[in-house]
Structures are given as structure tokens and as C-alpha cells.
Write a protein that binds this ligand. Structure first.
Ligand code: ATP
Length: 248
């Protein structure tokens, strides 16, 4: 079980997350939906621990004050004080918004960088798996990441995250800017990853519609507050949610 309790994040005096709590059971796909600026990325940064790095950098640079409160619990242990690298070793892996692949490294190099925490055996096995679920990457192995299309970069970003051996994989807006066809392919892959690898997946998006068929549970974030949560049907049954996030 992966859990967040009462997360509050302030950027200076601006409240970006307001008392957000989540409960994530193993091997589920959980959707986090919200408009621009709702707090989706801040939530992912807080769960993965990257917010602590941001906070420290800001402090060193004399920049804005970032305040983080609440608990992040993994199997009952509060890991809020743990650095992102330690959380990653425990299986909490973030695939950040806008892909963030290394543009000058090849596809293969990008994947191997993702596997820096893995054993040689895990690296080999996972590399084979990544090329199996994303066969489009096979002929691109030696191509520089920067020359890939948006969809290929997203496959690479997910592949790189898989190389880190996640138990809980967080995908921040993986469908952003991609065509409906590519989105549908990625959505199928996300479901396969959960089914075949038993990885718990948290996925954020502005629009819920492409993800609705695969989520087990979802949260709606508005201005940093989780205003609604529920299973697929609960979300679909809510008229405000239907029009705002599903376009139906
Ligand atoms: P998007 O879909 O645009 O990525 P989001 O739901 O991921 O949005 P966040 O990026 O988490 O939202 O932003 C939540 C709020 O916090 C926004 O109002 C944003 O402007 C603000 N914010 C995010 N990062 C910072 C920062 N480093 N300093 C100040 N404010 C920030």
C-alpha cells in the first residue's frame, strides 16, 4: 500500500496542494485528473521526493520558500524525509512531464542510464521487455533521443523509468501533445505494463477520457484540492466531472 496523508505544499505563500490524501493499492492504475495548474506535477514531485531537491535548491539560491507538510507512506513507513534517489531504490519512480529524455544520448544510452540502480541481470531482462512493449524503439536504438518524434520520446521516457525497476510508476501527463492514435497505443501499453509486470501506476492528465477505460480509481484535483475521488463509474456519474474532464 502506498499512501499520502494531508499533503500541503506552498510555493512562498501560494498553496499548490491543499490537504491531499491518496490511498493506492498495489497493482492498480490510479488517475489524477486536473486542469492546468491544478497541482498534478506538484503532487508527483511530492510523492517522488523531487520537491525536496527543488526546496533545497531554492534555499541555496536564496529564492522562493517551498514548504512541504504531510506524510508519504510506503508499506506503512513514512518516507517523506527520504531523498528521491532513496525513494527510487524503494521502487517509487517518476516519469516526469515533457518526457525529459537526454536528447544527445541514443535510445539505448537513455535506457541504460535509467537502469543505473538495477543489477546487470535486471537491466538485460528489462531492456528486452522495453523493446517488446515498444517495438517501434527497436530500429531506433542508436538514434539520438532528440531526433525522435513526441510519441517515440514518450515511449523512451516510460522505458527509461521501467529500467529503474519501479514497483510504483508515476507518469506525469504522458499523453500531452500526442495524436489520438499514439495516445491509444500508450494507454494500451500502460495497461500491459500493469498486467504483465504487476506495477502500480499513477497517471496524471488534464483530460480523463483516454485513460478512463484503464483506471481502477481516480482523483480530481482543483486548485490543489482533491475535490472528488472514486472508481471509474463514480467519476463518470458526476455531471461536473463529465463535462470538465471527459468532454461528454
Ligand atoms: P500543468 O498541467 O500545467 O502541468 P499541474 O496540474 O501539473 O499543471 P503544477 O505544475 O503542480 O500544476 O502547479 C500548481 C500550481 O503551483 C500552479 O499555480 C503553478 O503555477 C504553481 N507552481 C508550480 N511550480 C512552482 C514553483 N516552482 N514556484 C512557484 N509556483 C509554482
Amino acid at each position: 500500500m502506498f499512501e499520502a496523508r494531508g499533503l500541503m505544499v506552498f510555493y512562498e505563500n501560494m498553496l499548490a496542494l491543499n490537504n491531499v490524501s491518496l490511498q493506492v493499492e498495489a497493482k492498480r492504475i490510479i488517475g489524477i485528473f486536473g486542469a492546468n495548474s491544478a497541482g498534478k506535477s506538484t503532487l508527483m514531485y511530492t510523492l517522488s521526493g523531487i520537491i525536496l531537491d527543488m526546496k533545497r535548491k531554492e534555499e541555496m539560491a536564496g529564492g522562493e520558500r517551498i514548504t512541504v507538510l504531510g506524510q508519504v507512506l510506503l508499506e506503512g513507513q513514512d518516507i517523506m524525509g527520504f531523498k528521491p534517489s532513496r525513494r527510487a531504490r524503494q521502487g517509487l519512480v517518476l516519469c516526469p512531464e515533457r518526457r525529459r529524455i537526454f536528447p544527445e544520448s541514443t535510445v539505448l544510452e537513455n535506457l541504460l542510464i535509467g537502469g543505473y540502480l538495477a543489477t546487470a541481470r535486471q537491466k538485460k531482462e528489462t531492456l528486452d521487455y522495453v523493446f517488446q512493449i515498444f517495438p517501434a524503439l527497436v530500429p531506433l536504438k542508436n538514434r539520438e533521443g532528440g531526433f525522435l518524434s513526441g510519441g517515440e520520446q514518450q515511449m523512451l521516457a516510460i522505458g527509461r523509468a521501467l529500467m529503474a525497476q519501479p514497483r510504483i510508476l508515476m507518469l506525469d501527463e504522458p499523453l500531452m501533445g500526442l495524436s489520438p492514435l499514439v495516445q491509444a497505443m500508450l494507454v494500451r501499453s500502460i495497461r500491459e505494463i500493469r498486467n504483465q509486470r504487476g506495477i502500480t501506476i499513477l497517471v496524471s492528465e488534464q483530460y480523463a477520457r483516454p485513460l478512463i477505460p484503464i483506471i481502477d480509481y481516480g482523483y480530481i484535483l482543483e486548485n490543489g484540492t482533491a475535490v472528488l475521488e472514486g472508481n471509474r463509474q463514480d467519476l463518470l456519474d458526476n455531471p461536473d466531472v463529465r463535462s470538465a474532464y471527459f468532454g461528454v
